[in-house]
Design a protein around this ligand. Sequence first.
Ligand SMILES: [Zn+2]
Length: 444
Amino acid sequence: MTRIRIHNGRVIDPGQRRDEIVDVVFVDGVVDGYVSPEQDGKFDRVVDATGLVVAPGFVDLHSHLREPGFEDKETIATGTMAAVAGGFTTVCCMPNTNPTLDTAQDIEYVYAAARRASRARVLPLGTVTQGEQGKTLSDAFEMAAAGAVGFSDDGRPVWDGLMMLYALTNSLRHTRPIVNHCEEPTIADGGVMNEGRVSDLLGLKGQPAAAEEVMVARDIELARETGGRLHLAHISTRGSVELLRMAKRDGLAVTAEVTPHHLTLTEDWVLGAPQREGNGRSRGTSYAYDTRAKVNPPLRREEDRLALIAALAEGLIDVIATDHAPHRSIDKECTFDEAAFGITGFETALGSLLTLVREGSISLSDLVARLTLDPCRIFTLPYGGLQVGMAADLVIFDPDATWLVDASTFYSRGKNTPLDGQPLQGLVRYTVVDGEIVFDRAAQ
Ligand SMILES: [Zn+2]
């Protein structure tokens, strides 16, 4: 029997409405109880969490681990190491690998590779259509039986409306959500950033907000028609927020996620990081544009960002998901048009998001809920809380520690972040999965 005590931390567990200084005890990988910091006892290990926040491990519904097929961008081993360094104990990974995850065997491959890596829990999604080609439905029932937690052609939209209608209809029986990357391709039409002031300035082809909103509206109407389970991936515009509001008001089974980068960055970052006075590390002016800020959906306007934050705080947007999208350096060291879409996200998520708490946009407890309790509710996962008897998956972080992002030190193979060189406040100290300390920053 292994008894571990997390001592004197501020325990925030939204599922229990708990926010207090208390000690958490777990035994053999399971939360065993709470004791006062003054109370004595015998433990195999005591972790001093004085001045730190102790929360359920973060659960990410949207990440790209790139394996199989793109191991030069990321592997399940490096991706899950990056995940636990960012405080994520469960990560759901998208099926746009090579081959795509189309069958029960493909789903089992991911589970086996994750077991070998033995860091974060990994829960794969399967494709909606075979090869993400949009032509033939994949066998969702077979993949659900093998443990697929949802279905998505992410990276691409399910552009064929009839395919989406069938997929949503099937979701009534397998009960997993259909996660759509909302982009109407004939409107997006190859745009590489948000269409607006900055795309005009740089002479880059933009994709208008309508490219996303038309697809969000179509999917909501298909969810209404079928009663199926729809989860909107990474929504990014004020118009999408209003459509989501309508869907929820009408009682549809529709949920949505937003990324840390859409909550904290705008299209201006395509011009480079804002210059900060007296800081020579800022690289803002050395680029005409910064390919590391190329992401899909694109970074939007400030008014979109503010609408996303407000919707997150009120719980209209259900969860934060990273859309962790690692790429090789060579995929970004090229022209903006040629560069790959995506930002590596696990290791900067917490530091970015705590900005919203410090500026008073959302409470720390609500932020934790959007990273733990709420994602588990949407994907029906038995994690995301620290109630007695639950798996001891937790993160211990210092909300005040200030650090400079240095992408070269990331555990992820992907160094592609526009935040490189920027200061962030908030750093993970320990991450625990199933009662095992899988990340200890001081020991790395
Ligand atoms: Zn996507």
